[in-house]
Design a protein around this ligand. Structure first.
Ligand SMILES: NC(=O)c1ccc[n+]([C@@H]2O[C@H](COP(=O)([O-])OP(=O)(O)OC[C@H]3O[C@@H](n4cnc5c(N)ncnc54)[C@H](OP(=O)(O)O)[C@@H]3O)[C@@H](O)[C@H]2O)c1
Length: 184
């Protein structure tokens, strides 16, 4: 929905209809996951405020326990699981936030399974998405393409989206954005 521009400021790329659809998708899955940089740079709330429905459990990677506790993901407003990898620090106790140590993506997914989380919407960023793609751990890829150009000019520092693999199963316009869906 957003992307890092030069200077690290988030830029709104997709349109209002796409944003509402993403909030609907959030309401349909057990959990929503973001990488450390996305949690820090975009400060997302990861809730369903643009669609009526339940809020998903939030999942955030904070491997070295460095994320600022004032970020929305730590506000306790909905169940949140933070995965970390360091033995050098102990995680803080925070209401509605569970800390769980992990050593790999597969271990993380096994842990989620044991916590009865059966579906995860991985919202980004590119590094986290790439790790799922490389491990072949995905059921569906949904890509929004906007007309907005980020790669050149004003937003030359934008982060490149991961390369999409898989079989194209649908293509449609959502407002001004193109939505394509791929299956393995
Ligand atoms: N266009 C969009 O829809 C969209 C969506 C979301 C984000 N974004 C943009 O993407 C940018 C951030 O992307 P990014 O690629 O720099 O960072 P990111 O994927 O948000 O976070 C990367 C960090 O998360 C941790 N991580 C990633 N995959 C992991 C895995 N499999 N297991 C454990 N830890 C993992 C690592 O932290 P450590 O290095 O600490 O180990 C890694 O360096 C932001 O600018 C944001 O605005 C765009």
């Amino acid at each position: 929905m957003g992307a890092g521009a030069e200077g690290g400021q988030p830029v709104k790329i997709s349109g209002d209809l796409s944003n509402r659809l993403v909030h609907r998708w959030r309401s349909e899955e057990d959990a929503i996951m973001v990488g450390t940089n996305t949690a820090r740079m975009d400060n997302p709330r990861l809730n369903t405020r643009l669609w009526p429905g339940k809020n998903p459990t939030r999942i955030v990677f904070d491997n070295r326990l460095v994320l600022d506790k004032n970020l929305h993901v730590f506000d306790g407003s909905q169940p949140t699981i933070v995965y970390y990898q360091t033995n050098d620090k102990l995680p803080d106790e925070r209401p509605n936030v569970i800390y769980s140590i992990t050593n790999s993506l597969i271990h993380t997914l096994q842990d989620l399974h044991e916590r009865k989380i059966q579906s995860v919407l991985v919202e980004g960023g590119a590094t986290l998405l790439q790790s799922f793609l490389e491990a072949g751990l995905w059921d569906e890829i949904r890509v929004f393409r906007s007309r907005m150009m980020l790669g050149k000019g004003r937003f030359a520092g934008a982060i490149k989206a991961p390369g999409v693999q898989g079989r194209l199963v649908s293509r449609e316009m959502v407002g001004e954005d193109e939505l394509t869906i791929y299956k393995p």
